[in-house]
Each structure stands twice: as structure tokens, then as C-alpha cells.
Design a protein around this ligand. Sequence first.
Ligand SMILES: [Zn+2]
Length: 425
Amino acid sequence: MGLKVLIVDDDDIAGGLSRDLLKDAGMDAELITNSLKAIDTLREMRPDMAVLDILMPGIDGLSLCHKIKTDPELRFIKVVMVSGKSFEADKQRARQYGADLFIEKPYNIESFASQIAEVGGRKDKTAETPAAPASVPQMKSGADAALQIAIYGARGIPGQKTPTSSAYGLKTSCVTIDAGDRKFIFDAGTGIVQLGAELALSGAKEIFLFLTHFHPDHTRGLGEFQPLHTAGCSIHISAGKEPDRPLQDLVTEALEATLPAGASVEAEIQLHELFEQVYEVCPGVNLTSFYANHPGTTLGFVVQANDRKVVFCPDSELYGEGATALQDYDDRLARIAQGADLIIHDGRYTAEDYRTIKNSGHSSFVSAVHMAGKAGAKRLLIFHMDSQYPDDVLDRMGVEAARVAAERGYKLEVALAREGLKIGV
Ligand SMILES: [Zn+2]
């Protein structure tokens, strides 16, 4: 039996021509002109291939391609994009969304059917590549680790549609990096409360806390951080130097907003204002702070010790493959992160949602994969996932991230961050 093909094209003349050419070549081809019915039709028909026009009312071909390639049941359908637009950005996006072939209109009547047949006959690359997982990717700890990383909170601020529970956790930004015998804490989101309880139990007397910025999801746990209420404890808080406000004001404000009623600060607090530069935070451990693309003064950090390198950049908008010539942040960050053993980076949105929420200071997880891939990083933990995403959406993001990395040939292990995760590099 010939290949089964569904053509989705709002133009019934062009679509009809495609259908007739494929039928003449012995394929079982059908045409629908209403793109909104495409997903339902694909589920019923289960074709080998879908031929999608890019510009269509209802749902455009690229979104449709993305939907197909991220749907566990439909993603094995080969997708051919056809378009009268031949912009390189559209072709790139089609590839990014997993399209198997891009054909420009008007197409060559002689070769159209054979091009389609060739893609249809091609064995599924993603099904064969061992690096492309069918299950949600997880990250394991390295045995000879020089740096130990632990995730205490990985999400953005809760919203109206936040689920009541999640295997990824719902606490906001807090990560620790242990280097030698010293623990460095990054961000004081709600995840820091649990960490504070552990530190109090262990009797820690000197605490090093680095804040990327003062948005509430990064400071909300500060007032309930137990060492803060422990006399004899010394807490170093470091954050970026604001042009117009001393760090003292920002910390006081964050404490006022988060201290439980009746609680007081008993620890000694020392403040350090950071610039974009390298600091030797203890012998053999360097910390580099750099400005991230996010509203206000927001830092990202690089921790380096024993030839290992970890990047923490939780709030950061990458422009992705649609970047203009002036938007060179992705490249700048890839240079900073060059060769990192682990990058923990903002991947708040699905690629679909990002297209409608650009310029909010957060990234699509797909852009994070490309940045980490270009940086030649070994591992990427996608971080600061939108708190309103339920676990099935996050699971799909993880699978899709690993698929993108494998398809592009990045030697990158990728997973979503989750509370309780510990990794050594
Ligand atoms: Zn923020």
C-alpha cells in the first residue's frame, strides 16, 4: 500500500494540486482546507505524513507542526512544510519544530511527489537515535564530583492556575552549590525555608547567600530562613549593585515583606554589592557575576573550581532563533557559559507560549537548549518553569528538550530541574 498522506492547505487549488500529484504517484492522499480540524483528522486517519502549508488562517502550519511533534501519539508522523515564503527564519523555525522537510512554493511538479516519497520512506531518525529518549529525562549525579549542586526550588511565582501538587515541586528559586567544604546558596525563594531548617540542624554558623535580583519569587523565603533567627550566625548576602538604591534598602525591604509576625533578625548580616566581574569567594573557587537579560539589575553567576564550571542564570530571556541582528544576548551568554559542566537556565515557557509572551524577561526552554548546545555545555537543567504548568506539560518539555538536543547533534544531557534533585559535576 502507498504512503498515507494528509495535506492541510487553506488554498484548495494549491492543496488540490498537491493531492493529485501524490495520488498519481500511487499515494493515498487526502486534503483538508480547515487547519483547525487538522489535529482531529490526524488522530482519526493516522497518516504516515502530513503536508502543511505555513500561512493558514485558524492555526498556522508551524504551530501545527509543533503540536504534532510534541504530541506523544502523533510525533512519529513525518511533517513536510510547504510555503510561498522562503525566509531563512521560517525554515529554521520549521526545523526547530521538528519538520522533516521544507518545500518552497511554487514547487517543482516533476519532483514534488518523489521528494515526499523519499521523506516518507526514510526511517525515523528520532526513533533510532539512542540519545532521544521516549521517557522523561532524568539527571544523575557524577561520582567524582568537585561541585555538588542541590535544587530546593525551581519554579516561578504561583498563579491562579497553579496545580496543588507537582513532582517537580512548586517552591520558587533556591539552589546550593557546594565547593570544597563551603556551601554557596543562590536565591532565597520559598525553597530556602527547607534549606534553612537543614542548616540549623547541622549547626552552620557562616552562610553565603547570593541573590540574582529582588523579584519576590527570589526573596520570598528570606524572612523564614532559620539561620537568620539564630544568634551567633553570620550571613553574607551578596547581590548586584543597583545604580540608585543601596543593597541595605533592598534587603530591608525584602525582610519586611517576608519576616513572620513577631520574628526578629538575630544573625549578623554582612552585605556585599557585586559588579560584573570575577570574585575569588574562597581559595580555589571563583565566582563570576554577569548581567542577565531580565528587567532591572539581574545577575547570573558562574562558579568555577577544580576545572569544573557551573552556570546559574534563572531569570534570563534568550531571543532564540528569531533574534534580530541587535539581539546578541544568546551569543554573549553562550560565550560566558562556554564549556560549562552544567548550566541551570531559565526555560519558563513552552516554545508556543513564548511566542505570545516575548519580552517578559523569560525564555522558551527550546532557546535554552540551543544556547547550552552552542556553548558546548555538558548538561543543562531547565529552570524557573512556569508555576501554572501541570506535570504533563513539564514532562513533554523534558522529552522535547532532549529530542531537540539529539536532533541538532548537541552533546548535551538535558532535563528539567526538580526539587530535591542533587547533581555532582
Ligand atoms: Zn525576575
